[in-house]
Design a binder for this molecule. Structure first.
Ligand code: C5P
Length: 227
């Protein structure tokens, strides 16, 4: 694809050590490789080059660098430190993003994103200024308020995924805002900065590996793919 240079900010800056000092999820091996490597490999197999910026928690940097050295993985990439929240991790990463580029911000724990989807997202983000993947829920959705709960109109709800793709000037301007705990993704930051968010249909398999059950699903999926 012609046009602006493409970058990926892969956020893997969570320490994940609340679970009793275990290996953070992004480094757990699935199908013989760390989840984070699977995720980065999706970006490396696109039909155009993508500059890789991987945010890793300070405590885990040596671990990750050693993994890359030992396995000859990723020779040239930027490795900013994770911040106290995802917002701060992305903010740190933006210092490494060249101007006049397009960037996909993607969770390191979403290894099942497909190449075709990534290429479509890069194209939409470059054209529109931002592109945000969204899926309609299949379950009925209720809002809870203490002991009360209310059914919501399911057709009006979307579940938001990554990669979220932005022109560099859009995301850099937005991340000058002060932190707000409501910023749970990049689209919420860009919207607070005054931009209209463009939703693009997401993909079901693009799960965020968060719980032990997700990890089990990830193992099954990779096993099936290998058969
Ligand atoms: O915590 P959350 O589920 O939103 O994490 C989504 C992604 O953001 C994960 O890949 C995690 O490693 C990353 N993250 C980060 N820095 C933090 C917290 C989370 O890069 N401080």
């Amino acid at each position: 694809m012609d046009g602006r240079k493409k970058y990926a900010i892969i956020v893997a800056g969570g320490s994940g050590t609340r679970m009793g000092g275990d290996l953070p999820k992004q480094f757990i091996s699935v199908g013989g490789k760390p989840i984070l490597r699977h995720t980065i490999e999706r970006f490396l197999s696109l039909s155009f080059p993508v500059g890789i910026i991987v945010v890793v928690n300070q405590e885990w940097k040596e671990y990750w660098k050693k993994y890359c050295d030992d396995y000859g993985f990723l020779e040239r990439y930027a490795i900013p430190s994770g911040g106290v929240t995802r917002f701060h991790s992305v903010q740190n990463a933006l210092q490494y993003l060249p101007d006049n580029s397009v960037v996909a911000v993607h969770d390191g724990v979403r290894p099942f994103v497909t190449e075709e989807f990534l290429e479509n997202m890069f194209a939409a983000g470059e054209e529109l200024g931002n592109a945000i993947p969204a899926l309609a829920p299949v379950e009925t959705v209720r809002e809870v308020n203490g002991p009360e709960s209310y059914v919501l109109k399911r057709d009006d709800i979307r579940l938001i995924q990554t990669p979220q793709v932005f022109r560099s000037e859009v995301i850099k301007a937005a991340y000058k805002l002060p932190f707000d705990p409501a910023f749970t993704d990049d689209a919420s930051v860009v919207e607070a900065a005054g931009y209209r968010v463009n939703l693009v249909e997401g993909i079901k398999y693009n799960i965020k590996i968060t719980t032990p059950e997700d990890l089990e699903l990830a193992r099954l999926r990779l096993k099936n793919a290998a058969e």
